[in-house]
Structures are given as structure tokens and as C-alpha cells.
Ligand binder design. Sequence first.
Ligand code: S3P
Length: 447
Amino acid sequence: MTANVGKLKGGPQRFVVAPVETVGGEITVPGDKSITHRAAMLASVACGTSRIHDFLGGDDCLATLEAFRALGVAIETDEHGVLEIEGRGLAGLRAPAHPLDLGNSGTALRLMAGLLAAQPFDVELTGDDSLRSRPMARIADPLGAMGARIDTAGGRAPLVIRSGARLKGIEYALPVASAQVKSALLLAGLSAVGRTTLRSPGPTRDHTERMLPGMGVPVDEDAHSNVVSLEGPAEPRAIEITVPGDFSSAAFFIVAGCLAANDGMTIRNVGVNPTRTGLLTILRAMGAEIELSAIRTMGGEQVADIHVRQCPLRGIEVPPHLVPLAIDEFPILFIAAAGAAGRTIVRGAQELRHKECDRLSVMASALNALGIDARELPDGLIIEGGRFKGGRAASHGDHRVAMALAVASVLSERPIEILDTAQVATSFPGFTAVAAQTGIAVESRRL
Ligand code: S3P
């Protein structure tokens, strides 16, 4: 897969991370990326003005906001940093003057394809090298079955969505457990006539299903059979919502804490929706001591403070059914596996080859470059626990790979240099500052 080198806002960057023996403290992480995207999209087509507190101001979500501005939506932040979106209704968007560039964000591009499938104007959706190399037939095909007219570039972006499609609800069995596909079809279902019913091969994050009822659109769910459905057409109404801290950002510090928080570490105000927290189940099976406190519900989502302390980890065979529930956490889980005694085996994770980079191949190479024995399987990795020697590793412009490798510093004999780190800002602006609060010294350098 092509790296993003040279295409990044502000130019290429790298991290240099000094070895550290212990981490600790009390931190918070920025807002959840998946929830921010959904809130911004649904608010844009809602009736009325929505207010979104603690939204993620990362590049991925900013790309979504820019795209909706280009579609005629007024979006401002008030003096308290609350995002105010004046919804234009499902029929109120206007034709953009240019292709919509969703940068590095698969969520933005796939969900917007669903939301825009029935608009009365042509629209082109595109992104950076990484996004243009990711599979799009998985949404274009079922959206086509609903009546959408979408041209892809050989199954990849750019996507051109043709005007004037009249969508009808369908029953569809997803071939992969993907929340992006499920959500794209649910969002198209808002403009479709009749019921859109989706069956997934396993559970996936359910933020769309949780948000829509709060906006007046009922969603029927059968959690046992992983079936969701909604009746269209249905226009959401405006919402006031507070976005919890992103579990996927907290994950880097949860693992750092398991490996080196001798006196414990706390991450406050983190979303702990059970469709997101597979990493906790996996780490506990490896022997981790992780506790949740102050569990509460905000905007239909569970939120908690997470407490973690250093504890010896042991390698395990990760149950494949947990893969979709920890889908974004594998780069950092591989670091935990490198710090565990014995062998960790991950299988059933072929979807990791279709993320911002091929995360199986890139993580195997990075682990090997830093002195860890990791072998690639077609659908996973085998990792032998060891000690990082330090050195230089490529992140291939993948934000989560870069942050995971930075956490390897807690086990490393010498400094770790990580290449192509500018994309960290897509999901975790301020990562180096939060890392510093825990004792992880990440120096960000321009090449
Ligand atoms: C996301 C779903 C996941 C995840 C991505 C965000 C979402 O992708 O990897 O970072 O917000 O729906 P898939 O559902 O395609 O696995």
C-alpha cells in the first residue's frame, strides 16, 4: 500500500521516543472519532440546530465538517468550544462546487456515501493515497442494490454518486463484520422507501443505532442475531450530545499502564460501549488488572474511568470472535503481546489488511525492526514475547501504528524512531502532550 509520505499537511514528521521504565498519572483523551463523525453527519441532515460538546477536533472529523460546509451546512463553534450545526434536513443539502476530500478517513467516506446516495446532485468523494487504496465495493454494491448509482475507480475511491436515485429499503447480509458498511446502509435507509434490514456476521460498533433513536428515528435491533433495521424515509431531529473520550485513544495508555504503571494510572471519561472494549477482555485474559469506575450513561453511550496497573502479562490465543470488538486496537495489542511472556496468536483478523495501511504486514515488519520475533499469517500474527531493542520503524503513515510503536518505548532498551507520524493528528491531536503526562517522552521532529 502506498504510504502518505510527502502528501501530509505540514510535511512529513517522525517521532523519537526515549526509553522509559515507569508510567503513571491521571489523564483524559480526546473525544470519540466514530461518535463525532456520526453526530456531525446526522446533525447536518437533521431538522433544527444541534449542539455537540467535546467533539474530536482531529483531522478526520474536521474533513467531515469541511465536506458538510461544502454541502451548504452552517457549522460553527461557540465561545465554549461547542460545535453548533444548523441541520438542513435530508433534502436541504446543496451541490458542492468541488469533489469532497475526506483525507485519511474511511468512516467519513463510507458513511457519507450512504447519506448522499439519494441527493439530487452529483457528488464525488475522494481522499488521500491510503483512502484511495481501500475497498469500496463493500458499500457501492449494496447501495447499488438499494437503487443508488455509484461509480468507483475499480472498486476504490474516488466514488462518483450520480444524482436523482430513488432508494428502496433492502434486506442485506453483510459479508464482513463492518460497522462502516452497516452504518452507510442505515444512513442510506433514512432516504429510502420501506425498511432497510441488515444482518452482520458478528457484532460491530453500534453508535449509529444508539444515536438515531435520540434524534427521533427508531431502530429495531436483535442483538443475538446481529440484525438491525429502520423504516424510511425518516428525517432525524436535532440533538444536544456530549462525546465521550475515545476508547481507541485510551487503548494506548491502557496498554502502557499494563506494561509499566507500577503505581497505577487512571484514564477518565472514556467511552466503554461494549462493542468497542474487546481489548479489555483480551488483556484481562492475558493477566491484566484493569478496573472501571464511575460507570454512567451519556447520550446513549456508556462512559467510565479506567484504572490500570502494571502486572505480568502472558501470551494467549486471541479468540477470533473478539476481533471486530477490538478492530482498531490490534497495533497496540501487538505491543502488549511483545511485552507478554510466551507466544500470542491472532487469527481471523484479515480485515486489518484493509485499514489505513496493511496493519498485519506493517506491524510485523515494525516489530521485527525493533527486535521482536513476529510472524505474519494470512489472517493474523504470531508474536513471541521479548524485549524491544530500539531502533527505527516505519508507520506507513498510519496513526494507530505510530502511537502503538511510541508505547513500545516502555519496554525498550534504546530510543525508538518512528517514521511518517503526521497522521497521528487524524484521531489524536495532542498525543505527545498526553503521553508526556504519563511519562512517555515523544519528541516530534520534522524530517
Ligand atoms: C469505524 C468502524 C471500523 C473502524 C474504524 C471506525 C466506524 O471500521 O476500524 O476506525 O466509525 O464505523 P470497519 O467497520 O470497516 O471495520
